[in-house]
Design a protein around this ligand. Structure first.
Ligand SMILES: Cc1cc2nc3c(=O)[nH]c(=O)nc-3n(C[C@H](O)[C@H](O)[C@H](O)COP(=O)(O)OP(=O)(O)OC[C@H]3O[C@@H](n4cnc5c(N)ncnc54)[C@H](O)[C@@H]3O)c2cc1C
Length: 388
């Protein structure tokens, strides 16, 4: 029995993609992940290599230089990268999901030519800035604003915790475009495509995080940032809707990132319990240990199935908001629970930085927080149940 996804049941294309991703993850990421975590180094060169292999534009249609694969195939590749280092997979997930979904659905042909193609080829790195210091779970209460001027738009405000905020070439930024007096909530928000070398774009210093330490997370200040009219994505006032559509795709990526963290913790736990001896026998001889491992495996398998099922629904064009939330909720709570069990199985060694389950435990936590906390996922699911 394998905890990783194995060949039977995969199409030939999926098998090749999984093998390519697994090989890349094992040779170019896994051996260096602990060092990147310790030094907080964001390996831009490795991200660029992922781009060259096509892994940053997996679901982008081929006419826009993407791989054009289905959602499940994308999740299979993402799982392999995330099992090696969740800090790398978060960039892969964002690039493939939120900004790309928004551009594919709402970009003009000119915007797709200029931005979507280089994003799909991995020549540009992208981020997504919705949250603000005072607007996290309730992003519609954001304050950052764009106003018209003679040449286009002028943006001012502060965005919080933007992944790749200090390393991206391009950011999709949500700001208010309604008048302060009218404040139409979610309906007054628009999305702008912002090259990060635009004067007035200022990223703060990288946040010092508990986990995903190699990933860049930064505050972004928008200071009289001037944009041409063609920087607006889609229709004025629709940016919040576009962001929520992007988040449906994003949450599936975070779900599979959580599955991968949990899977790695279980793989390490199985090996450790076969090796570590107490009371003159390996730990895996104790039934209490066997039951723990069995529960870990069962939850991981269920979490992966939920994520794949939601991705298949998305591929069929269904409204997946509650299903994406179920997948993220269940997988992130599984990752936190499984990594807690793994640290426990490793005992004192599990608490030490020298052993990899400690990093997995730290990396797991954020999957319950970003792209909507577990409480927000429950709100989305409950809304789906009540038909609102
Ligand atoms: C590493 C990292 C990377 C991130 N990357 C990005 C990014 O790229 N782009 C971006 O826009 N944002 C990003 N974020 C921000 C992230 O999406 C927010 O942190 C998250 O949405 C929660 O918002 P908050 O931190 O303001 O918490 P709050 O909204 O202040 O919530 C605090 C607590 O209150 C609970 N709560 C809030 N409202 C309710 C309610 N109605 N019912 C029950 N409980 C509630 C929450 O669940 C949480 O437990 C990132 C965050 C982190 C940590």
């Amino acid at each position: 029995m394998s905890i990783a996804v194995e060949s039977p049941g995969l199409s030939e294309t999926q098998r090749q993609i999984v093998e390519l991703a697994r090989d890349f993850a094992r040779t170019k990421i896994a051996p260096f992940a602990a060092e990147w975590d310790r030094t907080k180094r964001f390996p831009r060169d490795v991200i660029a290599e992922l781009g060259k292999l096509g892994f940053l534009g997996m679901c982008t249609p081929e006419e826009w230089d993407g791989m054009g694969v289905d959602g499940v195939t994308y999740l299979l590749a993402l799982e392999e990268i995330a099992a090696a280092d969740a800090a790398i997979s978060v960039s892969m997930s964002i690039q493939n999901a939120i900004p790309t979904t928004m551009l594919v659905k709402h970009g003009t042909p000119a915007q797709k030519e200029r931005w979507l193609k280089p994003l799909a080829r991995g020549e540009l790195l992208v981020g997504f800035a919705l949250s603000e210091p005072e607007a996290g779970s309730d992003p519609a209460s954001m304050q950052a604003q764009a106003v018209h001027d003679a040449a286009g738009w002028v943006l001012n405000g502060l965005k919080a915790w933007a992944t790749n905020g200090g390393t991206a070439d391009l950011m999709m930024i949500m700001v208010r475009t309604d008048a302060p007096a009218s404040r139409r909530g979610a309906k007054g928000i628009s999305t702008f495509i912002v090259p990060t070398d635009t004067p007035g774009y200022r990223a703060g210093k990288p946040e010092d995080k508990m986990g995903l330490r190699a990933s860049n997370t930064a505050t972004v200040a928008l200071e009289d940032l001037h944009l041409a009219p063609e920087s607006l994505l889609g229709d004025e006032g629709m940016g919040f809707v576009y962001a929520m559509e992007g988040l449906d795709a994003g949450r599936l990526g975070i779900a599979i990132q959580a599955v991968a963290i949990a899977r790695r913790a279980l793989e390490l736990s199985i090996a450790y319990c076969a090796e570590r001896r107490q009371f003159d026998r390996p730990l895996h001889d104790f039934q209490a240990v066997q039951f723990k491992l069995a529960d870990m495996a069962t939850r991981i398998e269920a979490a992966r199935a939920l994520a794949h099922s939601a991705a298949a629904r998305k591929d069929r064009g269904e409204d997946v908001a509650p299903y994406a939330s179920m997948a993220k909720l269940f997988a992130s709570e599984t990752a936190m629970w499984v990594t807690t069990q793994a640290v426990q199985l490793f005992g004192g060694y599990g608490y030490m930085r020298d052993f990899p389950v400690e990093k997995l435990f730290r990396d797991a936590k954020v999957t319950e927080i970003y792209e909507g906390t577990s409480e927000v996922q429950r709100i989305v699911i409950a809304r789906g149940l009540s038909g609102r």
